[in-house]
Design a protein around this ligand. Structure first.
Ligand code: B4P
Length: 185
């Protein structure tokens, strides 16, 4: 099963993805984690991505698609995976469609996690990551509204979108996700 996980910054995609990959027994593909890993290893790609992440902007598609393409070529991803934080704009969604079509493995589901801005701010300021300053968070929320929200329409038009309320405890949220995923598989 191939699923994409979409939601505003701090919605808990990473938190819920860990649970979902265990339930579905599929690999986890988080572009945020892969980019942070490239930065900590000091690779050329990491150096180029760092300035965008620190500013709360999207990393250029060219860099993100480079890491996604390489990851999709790994044999463990042949039968499915959970894309976490990718795609983040409509061009990335179209590129993912092409990559999956070339492998004859179309996307099964787009899962949206919905959380209001006040709660997002509270969660992100609580985790103390380097790119979680109030200014950067405001910029990331704006980028989400302008660039990532249109991805929801893209998947809704293709009848692939399922939206889940991301408020409440991690257990409560996961129960809702489980119901949606199990009813579509
Ligand atoms: P990501 O790493 O994708 O992270 P995120 O959106 O900030 O957070 P996430 O939703 O995963 O929240 P989490 O579970 O941690 O992106 C970081 C940056 O990388 C982007 O700004 C961008 O620059 C770049 N990037 C990544 N992918 C890209 C792409 N495809 N294209 C271009 N650029 C890209 O949860 C947040 C906090 O809330 C945690 O502390 C958690 O413990 C807490 N929490 C979770 N669920 C909770 C709950 N139910 N109740 C209370 N707290 C909860």
């Amino acid at each position: 099963m191939f699923i994409v996980f979409i939601g505003p910054p701090g919605a808990g995609k990473g938190t819920q993805a860990q649970r979902l990959i265990e339930l579905l027994e599929i690999p986890h593909v988080s572009t945020g984690d892969m980019l942070r890993d490239a930065i900590s290893r000091g690779t050329d790609l990491g150096r180029r991505a760092a300035e965008f992440m620190q500013a709360g902007d999207l990393v250029p598609d060219e860099l993100v698609l480079q890491i996604i393409g390489a990851r999709l070529d790994q044999p463990e991803l042949q039968h499915g995976c959970l894309f976490d934080g990718f795609p983040r704009n409509v061009d990335q969604a179209k590129a993912l469609d092409s990559l999956l079509a070339a492998r004859n493995t179309p996307l099964d589901m787009a899962l949206e996690l919905r959380v209001d801005s006040q709660e997002l701010m509270r969660r992100m300021l609580g985790r103390k990551r380097q790119d979680d300053t109030p200014e950067t968070i405001a910029q990331r929320l704006e980028v989400y509204a302008n660039q990532t929200a249109p991805v929801l329409k893209y998947y809704s038009d293709r009848h692939l979108l399922a939206s889940v309320d991301g408020s409440g405890t991690p257990d409560e949220v996961f129960q809702r996700i489980k119901v949606r995923v199990q009813s579509s598989s």
